[in-house]
Design a protein around this ligand. Sequence first.
Ligand code: ATP
Length: 470
Amino acid sequence: MSVQTQSCNNTARMSDQNLMEKIVSLAKRRGFVFPASEIYGGIAGFWDYGPYGVELVNNLKQLWWRKVVQERDNIFGVDGAIIQNPKLWEASGHVAGFTDPLVDCKNCGARHRADHLADTDSTDIKELTELLKDVVCPTCGKKTLMPPRTYNMMMKTWVGPVEDNSSIAYLRPETAGSIFTNFKNVVDSMHPKLPFGIAQVGKAFRNEIAPRDFIFRVREFEQMEMQYFISPDTQTEVYESWRHFAWDFMTKTVGVREENLQWHEHAENERAHYAAAAHDIYFKFPHGFKELWGTHNRTNFDLTSHAKASGQDLGYLDEETKERFIPYVIESSVGVSRMLLAVLTDAYREDTMGEEVRTYLALAPKIAPVKAMVSPLLKNKPELVAKAREVRAELQKVHPAIAWDDNGNIGKRYRRQDEIGTPFCITIDFDTLGETLDLKGTVTLRNRDTGTQERLSVAEVADRIRTAIE
Ligand code: ATP
């Protein structure tokens, strides 16, 4: 039964630059993302997740893992080491060729991505030199850019006590590497039939020339990657199904709006030389439509390279046809922090409620870090507090992420939860205790997006939460 309705006007429009600043500020203020080692001035390209950030990110990773691994019989998870034998990265081509084009400014020393500055997808140095010949340095405004050159993004370390060339190792630049090196182990231990996949979620490191745009381009990040091993004659249909999986995951599972997504098909000069097809999903970040999630047909390039470099047989025997061949691979790859930024961008809303402008995150309940908040109307009334604790414990049987808040007045508590993206707030008042007889045992349920409030029994509230997070 509805007892009170507050009106909201349409979401206020804001400039994109403004939007990024607002998201960064909310992320810090409400404990989603903090600059890494901030008390020492931070470090470019590194960020820490705060209490709500880690919950939201864990929810995204768990949903991906569930949809990709747990709900299928033929995709297997692995969790490889960050440091692998450096020969892996030689065979994959990363040591020689994991480069970005870089341009330095002679005047101010600033360093920029040459392709970004030239606004092109090409990484060809000749082409970039031509495109950049009249371009000024965006930092100092002078026409003093040096010729572009390539720069390797692999992060190096040394393994063991001696720091020389023989002990160099690399922090992995992508998680796919140890998926390929575990291909044989998974075949020998799980005996899967083609098609099958191997999936991994974990850290990757890239010494990006110009980390920027908050958590969009960073030097340490997590990837969610899946390599699907197939017979080459199924490549087109399997490729299509994985690229549509990515789109559906973002819109249906994570709940971002379709109008914020678009396809970007790689032109031939943009694709890796071995890739037969590549589609990225671009998301409308505050700094424009940019890559979020890639689906690539990598042919049999990786397994062939690793078989050659390691001397191991990485073929697959088709027991029916008795044919032995190196499977093709369809790769699905997305960055966790990019997905987080996409989710925050999509969910960020402002409206006016009553007289005030309010900010809220319209997160899908499934991914929201807190599912509901319970609070007693007054914190100095022990009977209200006891009943509210009881209600919270009951709702925690539906999901453990039910917060408690008894600080400040109810309006302030609602605003705090709005900014965190909590879909429901539940208030226990004197009517719950029976002051109005026919309301005894009922609570107020407030909806984050509309601000509407209803009077419901605790069982009905539990049902609402259960249905919303399914
Ligand atoms: P970009 O062109 O933006 O540098 P990429 O094409 O090199 O990305 P991939 O190597 O295909 O990216 O990596 C797969 C995914 O990992 C990307 O779609 C993106 O979501 C994420 N990713 C890649 N580099 C970064 C980074 N520096 N910071 C955060 N996420 C990243």
